[in-house]
Write a protein that binds this ligand. Structure first.
Ligand code: DQA
Length: 147
């Protein structure tokens, strides 16, 4: 199984950026740990990060051709990018939305996700462990979620 891990804007600054909110783990360390954890579950993880909406859209399309699923933290794009939402809806593979912080405990603009409705589900507030939870979801292979 091949899963794309897509991180959006400012997540390249993990570890330095608001560490009280996002923790002290850098993106490099996080990606390395997740690739190895995914390997232990028999999942091949392709990790990418961009500060640019178009890159993320292109990678979602690419995942639709090459991968079995997407784990995406669209970061601030979560709250307003209809283009990323449409890209997720345009591919025939499941996506899981992850947020490191609990967006519902924070400013009201973060309570809205325009992307969650086209994902299988949203994991928010469990720190970087949220990415591992998403990998467990794919390992379980249960895409038949009741709505
Ligand atoms: C975030 C939450 C977003 O509101 C914020 O813009 C981010 C990170 C999170 O992982 O908690 O950049 O997606």
């Amino acid at each position: 199984m091949n899963i794309y891990l897509l991180n959006g804007p400012n997540l390249n600054r993990l570890g330095m950026r608001e560490p009280d909110v996002y923790g002290r783990t850098t993106l490099g360390t996080l990606e390395k740990g997740l690739i190895s954890f995914a390997g232990s579950l028999g999942i091949q993880l392709t990790a990418k990060q961009s500060n640019h909406e178009g890159d993320i859209i292109d990678w979602i399309h690419e995942a639709g051709e090459k991968a079995d699923g997407i784990i995406i933290n669209p970061a601030a794009f979560t709250h307003y990018s209809y283009a990323i939402r449409d890209a997720i809806a345009s591919v025939d593979i499941p996506a899981v939305e992850v947020h490191i912080s609990n967006v519902h405990k924070r400013e009201s603009f973060r309570h809205v996700s325009v992307t969650a409705a086209v994902c299988e589900g949203q994991i928010t507030g469990f720190g970087t462990d949220g990415y591992r939870l998403a990998l467990h979801y794919f390992k379980g292979g249960d895409t038949d979620v009741q709505t």
